[in-house]
Write a protein that binds this ligand. Structure first.
Ligand SMILES: [Zn+2]
Length: 309
């Protein structure tokens, strides 16, 4: 394999260690590695060694086929991301070189604020997406019609799920269904969550009845801020939405323990940055016939969380 030491020098060794240690298929690891080493046979690289009449992207024809074009800018890649479970807006990354891009996706916890188990899944997803994009590109070179972006997105999702299941069976994990519990009859449960991004905070509320049916959803964008502040804003959004919808009995549920505690116990003094918000939440809640607030782990707050993402 040809290695480009400049590219590798830019990558933090730890990221690669993380990548190689991960349980994903060797072929997928190797692909990410080859993308950064610039050892994939894209037209731009090959044309330095052989005369090639047309070096534009075989899939879209819009630009010279570089690794950056295929994996960052090609319209089909942009669409595949937009349709994915992590709908990144690739326009933001369009001027990056491949080292910068791979560094972001391999270190998604720091760069994209994707946490814990989800960060590992995200890396797996990236690898599957790149693999399918590359496959589709090769099939096009061999004379097949390029696949349409919807079909490609479905294919990516299918393969991702297969890899994830294989991965979980290696780790001996059983797929735990999220343990979200519906509220009692006559009550509405409002799950809230906040996702803190670099340029904004996204607040989401999902309200469901005792059958688990969604009865109201709301999202709101705020200026960037601290996670604690963002979570209390999300709780306030839940309380105001519930009042506007005219619900009588309401449970606010979220995965921010300190916010739930502050709502439940007026005797405790919450952090100064959220004091006024907590007071607003309590005032709003007091207009209901009955109310409660409960803490759940992230996995059970999954609907609100993935919507916020
Ligand atoms: Zn293209």
């Amino acid at each position: 394999m040809q290695q480009n030491s400049t590219s590798l020098g830019l990558m933090h060794k730890e990221y690669w260690k993380m990548l190689w240690k991960s349980k994903m298929h060797e072929r997928l690891k190797l692909l990410l590695w080859r993308i950064v080493c610039k050892s994939l046979s894209v037209w731009e690289i090959l044309s330095k060694r052989f005369p090639i009449p047309n070096i534009s992207c075989p899939v879209c024809g819009e630009e010279v086929e570089t690794v950056e074009h295929i994996f960052i800018r090609c319209p089909i890649t942009v669409q595949a991301w937009a349709n994915s479970v992590w709908p990144l807006n690739m326009v933001v990354f369009k001027d990056m070189n491949i080292d910068q891009w791979i560094k972001i996706i391999i270190n998604s916890t720091e760069m994209l604020k994707i946490q814990g188990k989800e960060a590992k899944e995200f890396t797996l997803f990236v690898a599957v997406l790149c693999d399918q994009i590359w496959k589709n590109r090769n099939q096009t070179v061999w004379g097949n019609q390029p696949i349409d972006s919807i079909k490609l997105s479905l294919q990516i999702n299918k393969v991702f799920i297969q890899h994830k299941q294989a991965w979980q069976s290696i780790l001996g994990e059983k797929e735990n269904p999220p343990s979200w519990k519906p509220p009692p009859l006559g009550w509405i449960k409002c799950n809230f969550d906040a996702v803190v991004k670099l340029d904004k905070v996204v607040l989401v509320v999902v309200c469901r009845d005792s059958n688990g049916s969604i009865v109201a959803v709301e999202s709101q964008e705020e200026c960037p801020g601290e996670p604690l502040w963002a979570e209390s804003k999300a709780a306030l959004l839940a309380a105001t939405l519930a009042r506007r919808e005219g619900f009588a009995r309401v449970v606010l549920e979220g995965d921010a323990q300190s916010v739930i505690k502050a709502i439940l116990k007026p005797s405790t003094t919450p952090h100064w940055s959220i004091k006024a918000i907590i007071e607003d939440i309590r005032t709003t809640l007091n207009s209901f016939v009955c109310w409660n607030a409960s803490f759940v782990f992230r996995d059970s707050n999954v609907v609100a969380h993935s919507l916020a993402q």
